[in-house]
Design a protein. Structure first.
Length: 331
């Protein structure tokens, strides 16, 4: 794992209050090479954003805590890094596009000033030089530099998202974390933003972690996908393999919830039930209360991560403990 750009090992993150402990991330492990693009997909509350915040050291204090695990980036353990070190990394080596561009920008500064500030912090450059670089970044994301002196409220939602992307890429980071970057956009603007992100990623050879609940968005830009549920990675592999033949019941349920033009059916098949309360997770497999293939053993035994068919799957079906009904169903 030493030659990987990013290696997350058995990461556990809790939010602790006087009343309860929220188990947000529960022992996940991921690896990425330089230039990789990984999509993390799951329902709201799965732990996707918490994973990204843990990488950047931005967990809310004092409640958010990394209980266990390591996050190695270019060989440096970010879990052990101090705040001074992390300030040098954030926005420089690792950048993040936050979920809501409407609240990510400061309303009292021009967009040119906000992009230039990131450049000034991480580079030995004059203010004029930083503004020139900011103008170049705006042009790169399709916004005329003549709008440098305008304020966030003068931009549409799609334009604000482009500004946030320009800010995130201003220092040419090695890793970009994109948290639901197209959620607030309409379909046409969403396609434009995704196309632009893909082009910029290739131009700068930036690694990408794209957080989304939309499998279609992930399919357009990522080469690998991790399916996350209740703080655990249920399935992880190349996107073609996972999309063509999902192995985990949760992954199958996500695909059955999507309308398809090539399948004639009267109704969609949504996953029954709701995501469990992260402060009171079920025993055994966390997905078993909603799983159509669950057996009695699923409520008692925690599944291990299994290597099967060129991917990692967390299900007792692939440990030989229970009958693999999925294979029989799709045979």
């Amino acid at each position: 794992m030493a030659d990987k750009q990013l290696s997350i090992t058995t990461l556990r993150v809790h939010y602790e209050t006087e009343k309860e402990t929220v188990h947000a991330v529960n022992g996940i492990s991921l690896e990425m090479d330089e230039g990789d693009s990984l999509g993390i997909v799951g329902e709201t509350g799965a732990g996707k954003t918490t994973t990204a915040l843990a990488i950047l050291g931005l967990l809310p204090k004092p409640t958010g805590k990394i209980i266990e695990g390591s996050i190695l980036f270019d060989g440096q353990d970010l879990v052990q890094a101090g705040e001074t070190e992390m300030q040098k990394i954030r926005g420089n080596k690792i950048s993040m596009i936050f979920q809501d561009p409407m609240t990510s920008l400061n309303p009292i500064f021009t967009i040119g000033e906000q992009i230039a500030e990131v450049i000034e912090i991480h580079n030995e450059i004059t203010k004029d030089g930083a503004m020139e670089r900011a103008a170049e970044m705006l042009e790169l994301v399709g916004i005329p530099q003549a709008r440098m002196g305008e304020y966030p409220h003068q931009f549409s939602g799609g334009m604000k998202q482009r500004v946030v992307i320009a800010m995130a890429l201003a220092c040419n980071p090695k890793l970009l974390l994109a948290d639901e970057p197209t959620t607030a956009l309409d379909v046409t603007i969403q396609a434009q933003v995704l196309r632009m992100m893909r082009g910029l990623k290739e131009k700068f050879n930036t690694s990408l972690i794209l957080i989304s609940h939309d499998l279609g968005v992930v399919a357009q830009i990522c080469t690998k996908v991790a399916i996350m549920y209740a703080g655990e990675i249920m399935e992880y592999g190349n996107i073609e393999d996972v999309f063509e033949k999902p192995l985990h019941p949760y992954t199958e349920g996500l695909f059955n919830s999507i309308p398809r033009l090539d399948v004639d059916r009267d109704r969609l098949s949504p996953i029954s039930g709701l995501m469990p309360d992260p402060s009171r997770l079920p025993k055994g497999c966390v997905f078993h209360p909603r799983c159509p293939y669950a057996e009695e053993v699923c409520a008692k035994r925690v599944p291990q991560v299994n290597d099967t068919e060129n991917r990692k799957v967390m299900c007792l079906m692939y440990e030989g403990i229970m009958e693999n009904k999925m294979r029989k169903t799709h045979a």
